[in-house]
Write a new protein. Structure first.
Length: 417
C-alpha cells in the first residue's frame, strides 16, 4: 500500500532513503569501532564502557527537540549528516597518518551519539508533515523497520568487510555514506515558517526547552504515553537483550547456529512488527491497548515453561522452539504497540511542540532500558537454578502494566488509526 503523502509520494521516500543510508552508516561505524577497540585492547570492559558513554548524549534530547522545533528540520538532518561525515573523514585521515588512541575512539563514539540524539527528533517530527494522519502508523513502521533492519545488517556486513579490508577502509567509506545521505535529503521538501527572534538564540532555546517540559506536564496523555513507553523499555526490551542470550546459551545450551538463528528470528520479528503495523493499527484503539499487553503476559507463561527442567528433559529442540514460538509474537506486539503510541502522540501534538515532545519521549524510554538490564542481571543471577521464576516475574509485571494501562488510557477515546 502506497503512503498518501501530503507533499507528493516521493518526499517521504526521500526521507526513508536518507534514513536507510544514514542509520546504516551509523550502525556500521559503531560496530567497526567496537571491533577495533576489542582487537586493540582485548578488554571487554573497555568495549562496554565506550558503548555506555556513547549513550550519554541522550541526556541532550530536550535541547535536540527544541532545536528541531526552532529550525528547518530538513536542513537540520542535512547538517548533522554532513557534520558526521566530516568528523568520520577527519578520523580516517588521523588513522591514516599512523595514529591510534582509545581516547580518540571514545570521543568519536560520543560525538556519534550526539549527532544521533540531535538527528532523531528532526526525523520523527517531520513524519507528520509528510504523510496523511491516517497513515502515520504505516510511516512510523517503515522508519522503525529501517532502523531495526540496519541494526541487523550492519554487524553482518561490517564483520565481513572488517575481515576483508580492515577498519580503516570501512571508516573512510562510512564518511562517504553520510555525504550520500545528505545529498538524498536535499530533494526533501518540508514546510517551515521561521519565527522572529527577540532574544539571543541561547535564551530562546532555554525558553523553548522549558516550554516543552511545561507542555508535556500539562498534557495528561503525554505523561501517560511516556510512562507506558518507559515501562515497556524497562520490562520487555531488556528481556530480549539480556534474557535471550542467557536462556538460549546457558539454559538450553543451544549450538552457535541455533543461537544465531534464534536471536536473528527475534530481530526479524521486530522488523516484521514495524512493517505490518500499518495493516493492523486501524483496528486498534488506545483505550484497548491493554488487551495486547495481557496477551503478552499470557504468552510469557509457556515461555517460562520452556526454561523448566520438565521441558528440557525432552531435549533442547522442543524447549528451543517453544521459547521462540512465544518470543516472536511478543517482539512483534512490542514493536506494534510502541509505534501505535508514538503515532497517537504525533497526532495529538501541535507541530510547534512536536520535536520537543518526541525528543523527551525518546529520552525517557531509552534511559529506562539500561535500568531494566541491571534488573535482569540481578534476577537471572538470583534465580540461576530456576530461570523460569524470572520469566514468571516478567509475566506478572506485564499483567500489572496491562492493569495500569487500562486505568491510565480508558478516557483516550480517539482511535489510533
Amino acid at each position: 500500500m502506497f503512503l498518501l503523502s501530503k507533499r507528493g509520494p516521493t518526499h517521504f521516500m526521500y526521507l526513508v532513503l536518507g534514513q536507510i543510508i544514514s542509520v546504516f552508516g551509523s550502525s556500521l561505524i559503531r560496530f567497526v569501532l567496537s571491533l577495533h577497540v576489542l582487537d586493540m585492547t582485548q578488554r571487554v570492559d573497555l568495549y562496554a564502557l565506550l558503548f555506555a558513554l556513547s549513550n550519554v548524549p541522550l541526556l541532550l534530547s530536550p535541547l535536540a527537540g527544541a532545536i528541531a522545533d526552532r529550525f528547518n528540520r530538513r536542513n537540520l538532518m542535512i547538517l548533522f549528516d554532513v557534520l558526521t561525515g566530516i568528523m568520520i573523514l577527519a578520523f580516517y585521515f588521523w588513522l591514516f597518518s599512523g595514529n591510534d588512541s582509545l581516547y580518540m575512539i571514545g570521543a568519536v563514539m560520543i560525538l556519534l551519539g550526539v549527532m544521533s540524539t540531535f538527528y532523531a527528533p528532526a526525523v520523527m517530527s517531520s513524519i507528520p508533515q509528510l504523510v496523511k494522519e491516517e497513515q502515520l502508523e504505516q510511516a512510523n513502521g517503515i522508519v522503525n523497520g529501517v532502523q531495526a533492519l540496519s541494526g541487523v545488517l550492519a554487524p553482518i556486513i561490517g564483520g565481513i568487510l572488517y575481515g576483508l579490508i580492515g577498519s580503516q577502509s570501512i571508516i573512510g567509506a562510512s564518511a562517504i555514506i553520510f555525504f550520500l545521505s545528505a545529498c538524498m535529503l536535499f530533494r526533501l521538501n518540508i514546510s517551515f515558517s521561521p519565527s522572529l527572534l527577540t532574544e539571543s538564540m541561547s535564551k530562546v532555546l532555554v525558553k523553548d526547552m522549558k516550554q516543552g517540559f511545561s507542555y508535556i506536564g500539562n498534557q495528561p496523555f503525554l505523561k501517560r504515553a511516556m510512562l507506558l513507553a518507559a515501562m515497556l523499555n524497562f520490562i520487555l526490551t531488556p528481556f530480549f537483550i539480556v534474557g535471550g542470550p542467557i536462556i538460549l546459551r546457558v539454559i538450553m545450551k543451544s549450538s552457535d547456529i541455533m543461537y544465531g538463528i534464534g536471536m536473528g528470528l527475534i530481530e526479524f520479528a521486530v522488523i516484521a512488527g514495524a512493517l505490518l503495523v500499518g495493516l493492523v493499527a486501524k483496528h486498534w484503539r488506545i483505550p484497548t491497548l491493554y488487551r495486547w499487553l495481557l496477551v503478552i503476559a499470557i504468552i510469557l507463561l509457556p515461555v517460562a515453561f520452556s526454561t523448566t527442567k520438565m521441558a528440557l528433559q525432552f531435549g533442547t529442540y522442543p524447549a528451543y522452539f517453544l521459547f521462540l514460538a512465544g518470543c516472536l509474537p511478543i517482539a512483534m506486539l512490542l514493536t506494534m504497540i510502541s509505534i501505535v503510541v508514538i503515532s497517537h502522540v504525533q497526532k495529538k501534538t501541535p507541530n510547534a511542540q512536536l520535536g520537543k515532545v518526541m525528543a523527551n519521549l525518546t529520552m525517557v524510554s531509552q534511559c529506562a532500558a539500561p535500568l531494566g538490564q541491571m534488573m535482569y542481571g540481578f534476577l537471572f543471577n538470583t534465580f540461576s537454578t530456576n530461570m523460569y521464576v524470572t520469566v514468571l516475574i516478567v509475566s506478572i509485571f506485564m499483567f500489572a502494566l496491562a492493569f495500569l494501562t487500562k486505568n491510565m488510557l480508558h478516557h483516550e477515546g480517539e482511535s489510533a488509526s
